[in-house]
Design a binder for this molecule. Structure first.
Ligand code: XMP
Length: 510
């Protein structure tokens, strides 16, 4: 398989760059600049290297630098933003800072004829975000694009197949960014697009069969996208040798436990074990109101129930989990030896011994995981499922979690989802759900005074969940949701809509 290295210098778009490469059907992997040497890059057989942007100035001695031998390694290079300035600096050129040369936002780009710009018009719009700039192309390089403020908006050394762009081709605001990346990948690097989800499935199934042999494999299924796709892939590879353990703590959305069970029992060949432990969880949660205490109890209880089930029902073999690529990526910003911990990766108790850990999705981005899921026949709504917190409705029932309050929330949430699906709005939002804040308010119903629960609706749009906007749902849809919740859900007499963005709010209420 042909592959591209995204050498990470701490830029905010490093994952986006790799995703853009993969969208063009070429496998890309990200590595921090400080964990891989030029010799290792050469030995790994990369078709090309992309230097990412970064927040630093190259003339600052403390900024990330790289071995200049990379320029003579015979591998095509594309430097983006800081990566372009780094190439200029490594090639003995000058990088400067000037107030009137910084650019931010959509900028008009003028390109010259060059293989990097095949099928790119002479004038187009690009996305810039830089303070430093390259006043003139370094020795051996030619300036191949400019903007009004930036004499070297792109440069190249054709003989060594080294290119640099000051703008960000990976950002959609750069109108021809996709074409420019395509030119670099296909023309300059000579890739031919062998990264396809069909062949990924075939190769992975073959590898899983050979790795697992006739042993068993156990997977914790949460009903989320990642573990579901991992289960489907493993089922295709080894069928009944796979055991999926699904812990239903009673804190999922309405009917979700049954839906997960039905899906996996009917569509896939595997042993499916559902552990119903709602009452045990509620018992542990009794009297708890502090969000962190609730999270800890739910997490600990889940861990105990899950591993006890495995001790009881699983003989020997492998442990599988739905870790995906972004869970594993380290950034070039910090200490490269520090591995990110993530909720997809579960700690294994010391007394349980597996033949090994299998992570069949460990190299995939989320959109690729979804594509694999669809190809394997998982239902559309499972593949496109919104994120759902590990502690489930336990953190959406604010305050004490009781069976009655979980039921109220499940009913209200089901109505919200039903209305969103009906009006076609569901796909336009990143996440939406109901919250039970634990507030009672006065109302009237018929001639009666009521004193009942308040339900809040939360809906957000976001690219990455680090920041989010509250969704501007039309009033008539909100009105229908409110009417139905108040009429159909016992003990609710008021509905409010949360209009807080993140920051300062978070998506969840607890
Ligand atoms: P916040 O509330 O931090 O949520 O703005 C951002 C995203 O993360 C999800 N979330 C969680 N996911 N365990 C999870 O697996 C959790 O404890 C948890 N808390 C929040 C949240 O639903 C949103 O998508």
């Amino acid at each position: 398989m042909q592959k591209i290295l995204v050498l990470d210098f701490g830029g905010q778009y490093n994952q986006l760059i790799a995703r853009r490469v993969r969208e063009q059907h070429i496998y890309a992997e990200i590595k921090p600049y400080n964990i891989i040497t030029v010799e290792e890059i050469k030995a790994a057989g990369y078709r090309g290297v992309i230097f990412t942007g970064g927040p630093n100035s190259v003339y600052d001695p403390a900024s990330p630098h790289y071995d200049p031998a990379i320029l003579d390694a015979g591998i095509p290079i594309l430097g983006i933003c800081y990566g372009c300035q780094l190439i200029a600096s490594m090639a003995g050129g000058r990088v400067a800072s000037a107030e009137d040369s910084s650019e931010y936002g959509k900028i008009e780009l003028h390109t010259t004829e060059n293989r990097l710009f095949t099928d790119v018009p002479a004038t187009s719009v690009c996305w810039m975000s830089h303070r430093d700039y390259i006043p003139e192309a370094p020795k051996g390089f030619t300036a191949i694009a400019s903007t009004d403020r930036c004499p070297v908006a792109a440069m190249c050394d054709e003989s060594r197949r080294i290119y640099g762009v000051q703008f960000h081709p990976e950002v959609t605001h750069t109108v021809c960014g996709k074409q420019i990346l395509h030119n670099f990948l296909y023309d300059v690097c000579g890739c031919d697009g062998d990264w396809q989800m069909d062949s990924f499935i075939e190769d992975t199934v073959r590898e899983l069969r050979s790795q697992i042999g006739d042993q068993g494999v156990v997977l914790g299924l949460s009903g989320g996208v990642d573990s579901s796709v991992a289960a489907a892939l493993l089922s295709k590879a080894v069928g009944k040798q796979l055991t999926c353990v699904f812990v239903d703590q009673g804190l999922m959305r309405k009917d979700e436990g049954d839906y997960v069970e039905r899906t996996f029992n009917h569509l896939f060949d595997m042993n499916f074990i559902r552990v119903n432990c709602r009452d045990e969880f509620l018992e542990k949660l009794r009297g708890l109101t502090d969000p962190e205490d609730k999270r800890n109890v739910i997490g600990t209880e889940f861990y105990n129930v899950f591993w006890n089930k495995i001790r009881e029902s699983f003989g020997s073999g492998f442990f599988a989990q739905g870790t995906i690529y972004p869970d594993r990526i380290e950034s070039g910003k910090g200490d490269a030896s520090k591995i990110k911990t993530h909720h997809n990766q579960v700690g294994i108790p010391k007394d349980i011994h597996f033949a090994g850990v299998i992570e069949p999705l460990k190299d995939l981005f989320k959109d690729e995981v979804r594509a694999v899921g669809e190809k394997l026949g998982l239902p559309h709504d499972l593949v496109w499922r919104q994120p759902f917190p590990g502690p489930g409705l336990g953190v959406r029932v604010i305050g004490e979690v009781t069976a009655a309050r979980v039921r109220i929330l499940q009913e209200a949430d089901a109505i919200l989802r039903d209305e969103m699906d009906k009006c076609g709005y569901a796909d336009q939002m990143s996440q939406f759900f109901a919250v039970l804040p634990g507030v009672k308010t006065v109302g009237v119903m018929g001639d009666e005074r009521t004193y009942s629960e308040l339900v809040a609706i939360r809906a957000v749009t976001t690219d990455d969940f680090m920041t989010a906007d509250w969704a501007k749902i039309p009033y008539d849809i909100l009105g229908r949701v409110s009417n139905r919740i108040i009429n159909e859900v016992d003990q609710v007499n008021r509905v409010v809509y949360d209009i807080t963005s993140k920051p300062p709010g978070t998506v969840e209420w607890e």
